[in-house]
Design a protein around this ligand. Structure first.
Ligand SMILES: NC(=O)c1ccc[n+]([C@@H]2O[C@H](COP(=O)([O-])OP(=O)(O)OC[C@H]3O[C@@H](n4cnc5c(N)ncnc54)[C@H](O)[C@@H]3O)[C@@H](O)[C@H]2O)c1
Length: 519
């Protein structure tokens, strides 16, 4: 197997590549909406209870899906229980080869997949393409990682004793995923479970069942056995039913803090007949801060902040939400940021070259408006994007400032295109403010003095700190990703330790000083 390398993103500056994307979107639009079944083993139950629409044009139906019921959850877990033994017994190399075939399946359909993410989640083309590449990366990376895990781990040996440490699959993994990386995140969690020999039940986000079907087909068509992976499109109640069930060993969740905490609480209950503790891998929200010191180069800072805060309309868990600026350059930076935000090109995700697409749904649009109004009431709106189209779930990108320290705008995750700027005396005060937050997902620093960089690196609690660059766009294998504190269980997706969460270690110690021979 070749060493892991990231899947190269498309070169969108080339006209023929852009032409292929437009063609892929035309082909997508020419087809009827996807029909996403509850898919358990060989059984598919179709239904139209869930409807996913284009956030840029809510009249356009992208997929209709069956909605998983408690009975479906029960059937999926029964299948997973049946399937988990044979899948765990399949040699790790064979499992890895299947995952690599799934990567290839997706590679061959990458334009189709990106077009679907453009329509279903309003991901602009570069983001949609990066989502597909990241999904391929997860398959390739975890396939290799699982081979290492299958070797066990070396232990100290002394004469007369043989010690071995082996890892085995934990059993059944419930994957519960969000919509904002509708292909990469669910496929990442599912492939980690499968690579390590677990059976997996996937409950994708209700906003993106179409993307979930695509990644599910990649796995099934690549050869994952029917009982080793099931698909339960549905809402939160289906996720909650999975979490409660004693047949589940591991819950891999990515989503909001509120739901993550509920899952952690619920999974701690040991139900009748349950002979294990459930393990929760939770990747949750954040309130990501960027510190800007007085010596920072504003030519570098302003575009990096705009990218960090407004790319994909601020709907990345890594997006910048707060900027803590040294007082010496606060006014200058705010003025330049305001100028950049006023001219942001807010438009349909499919239009190449836009800066900010619509947000995922009406509720998100209303949430952004509510937080912006709150900022206007208690502080000020320094700038808003001048032109915002009607028709879709467009939120108005804004920069806000002069907020009181206790403002909800500075404390809660908005998950939209809203950036708050704060004045600080120095980097130390900025670090104090970051440290006061219960969230610790991503963070950023702009500073030229290496001592300042060392100081912030020492003090930061965040899972991913980016220095002198934008704070989004973690790459598998290069920036293992995940938050600390209330942002997550400290998991690092796409990193070396991630798969260990899906396995159970067993140590065997044998006395090799035998007396005599067995005859
Ligand atoms: N840390 C990370 O790596 C990361 C990555 C992406 C997104 N996120 C976070 O995800 C959030 C946005 O995603 P979202 O809106 O889909 O989040 P969400 O928490 O609303 O939903 C996530 C998933 O949980 C399910 N769910 C809802 N209620 C449930 C319950 N009671 N029990 C079990 N499952 C339940 C949903 O149906 C969905 O599949 C943001 O907070 C963002 O920061 C974090």
């Amino acid at each position: 197997m070749k060493p892991f390398a990231n899947e190269p993103v498309l070169e969108l500056r080339r006209a023929p590549v852009r032409g292929r994307l437009e063609e892929a979107l035309r082909e997508h639009d020419a087809k009827p909406p996807l029909n996403v079944p509850v898919w358990i083993g060989e059984d598919r139950r179709e239904g139209g209870e869930l409807v996913s629409t284009d956030p840029g044009n809510p009249e356009r139906v992208v997929a209709t899906a069956a909605k998983a019921t408690e009975a479906d959850v029960d059937a999926a877990l029964a299948a997973a229980q049946r399937g988990s033994k044979a899948w765990a017994a399949t040699p790790a190399r064979e499992r890895a080869e299947i995952l690599l075939r799934a990567a290839q399946w997706l590679r061959e359909r990458r334009l189709e997949a990106a077009a679907l993410a453009v329509r279903e989640c309003a991901k602009p083309w570069p983001e949609a393409d990066a989502d597909v590449c990241e999904a391929i990366d997860f398959l390739e990376y975890y396939a290799r990682g699982a081979l290492d895990i299958a070797q066990g781990a070396p232990l100290l040996q002394v004469p007369g004793e043989k010690n071995t440490l082996e890892y085995s699959a934990r059993g059944v993994v419930a994957v519960i995923s969000p919509w904002n990386f509708p292909i990469a995140i669910p496929l990442g969690m599912v492939s980690a479970g499968l690579a390590t020999g677990n059976a997996v039940v996937l409950k994708p986000a209700e906003q993106s069942p179409g993307c979930a079907l695509l990644l599910f087909r990649a796995l099934r068509e690549a050869g994952v056995p029917p009982d080793a992976v099931s698909l339960l499109p549905g809402e939160g109640d289906a996720g909650a039913a999975l979490v409660r069930d004693p047949r589940v060993h591991t819950i891999a969740f990515t989503g909001s803090g509120a739901v993550g905490l509920e899952i952690v609480r619920e999974a701690a209950q040991v139900r009748e007949g349950q002979k294990h503790l459930k393990r929760v891998i939770a990747e949750m929200g954040g309130k990501n801060c960027v510190i800007v010191d007085s010596d920072a180069d504003l030519d570098e800072v302003v575009p990096a902040l705009v990218t960090s805060a407004f790319l994909y309309a601020g709907q990345k868990c890594s997006a910048a939400a707060r900027v803590l600026v040294h007082e010496a350059i606060h006014d200058g930076l705010l003025e330049r940021l305001a100028g950049a935000v006023e001219v942001l090109d807010v438009g349909q995700a499919e239009r190449l070259g836009i800066d900010v697409p619509p947000v995922i749904e009406r509720e998100a649009q209303e949430r952004v408006a509510r937080f912006t109004a709150e900022a206007e009431r208690t502080g000020r709106v320094a700038a808003r994007a001048a032109e915002v189209p009607d028709g879709g779930w467009f939120a108005t990108p804004a920069v806000v400032a002069d907020l009181p320290p206790e403002s909800a705008v500075l404390a809660e995750e908005v998950f939209g295109p809203l950036l708050a700027v704060e004045r600080v005396r120095d980097v130390e005060e900025a670090c104090d403010r970051v440290d006061a937050s219960p969230y610790a997902l991503t963070g950023g620093l702009f500073a030229r003095n290496p001592d300042t960089v060392d100081y912030v690196v020492d003090r930061t609690p965040v899972g991913n700190l980016y220095v002198n660059r934008s704070i989004t766009g973690a790459m598998v294998g290069r920036q293992p990703f995940g938050g600390n504190r209330l942002s997550g269980t400290g998991t690092k997706a796409g990193g070396p330790g991630y798969l260990l969460q899906f396995v159970e270690p067993r140590v065997v110690t044998e006395n090799t000083m035998r007396h005599g021979l067995v005859v």
